[in-house]
Write a protein of this length. Structure first.
Length: 255
């Protein structure tokens, strides 16, 4: 088997006396869309935070593209090629659509304070380039006509797209989506599924998503992991997960 793009090995996270995640081990191959599901409070977002550097594991290891990233800072993990969105949309409210993407583009700009302060030709060339890239990215996600609008003036579904576009601006290999369909109606959820599949192929991404909308996660994920009280209780295809007694009990309660 080829090496996984992402692998977590027996990851634990404890906050005081509370065990939030226990023995969390997943493997994600390049190009996959993998789902992470479970009841509220199961530890899903905490698992995302452990992988992306928001939290450090109490024990265990996180490997990305063959490298141990367990103790790296969040910004270093982002530079290596991991990006994420959040359950509650986190856009820069007072910035335009274009400016929200430019903020992420600057991380890849490769300039320094001396160039920026004096606005040297090298800096101006880089600045022009990232504006072109940002506009091209907005065109890819269907927001180019709205680049001057304030981010929070967009309809909810377009705000989600903008948050994903901002994550894409960091040029990730691996994209984490935390409940991207939250608050969407059935039509918006269907459009989101098509959008996720499109960006996976177009940007050659690997995607891991947390999602409560079963139509979404069952429709686009080939494999799924199920958490309950911080423990992985099942792993398999959507068909296998739907029939798993432990999963049914976790969601519906014991008969």
């Amino acid at each position: 088997m080829m090496g996984a793009l992402l692998e977590t090995l027996d990851v634990h996270k404890q906050f005081g006396g509370l065990v939030a995640v226990s023995a969390f081990s997943i493997r994600v191959e390049s190009g996959e869309i993998v789902g992470l599901i479970g009841p509220n409070g199961a530890g899903k977002t905490t698992s995302f935070n452990l992988i992306t550097g928001v939290y450090k594991p109490t024990r265990g290891r996180v490997l990305f593209d063959g490298r141990d990233i367990t103790r790296l800072a969040l910004h270093d993990i982002t530079r290596l090629g991991i990006a994420r969105t959040f359950q509650n949309i986190r856009l820069f409210k007072d910035m335009s659509v274009l400016e929200n993407v430019l903020v992420a583009q600057h991380m890849r700009m490769g300039t320094n304070l001396f160039e920026a302060t004096l606005r040297l030709p090298s800096y101006l060339r880089k600045e022009k380039h990232i504006h072109e890239q940002a506009r091209a990215l907005l065109a890819e996600v269907g927001l180019d006509a709205l680049e001057g609008d304030k981010a929070t003036s967009l309809p909810y579904g377009k705000q989600r797209r903008l948050e994903i576009a901002r994550a894409l601006a960091t040029e990730p290999k691996l994209l984490f989506l935390d409940e991207p369909a939250a608050g969407m109606n059935p039509q918006e959820s269907a459009e989101l599924m098509d959008f996720i599949l499109k960006i996976r192929d177009q940007f050659q991404l690997t995607i891991v998503l947390i999602e409560h909308h079963m139509q979404v996660v069952m429709g686009i994920c080939k494999r799924m992991y199920v958490l309950d009280y911080g423990v992985t209780i099942a792993h398999g295809t959507p068909e296998e997960i739907q029939k798993d007694p432990k999963v049914i009990e976790a969601y519906l309660g014991a008969p």
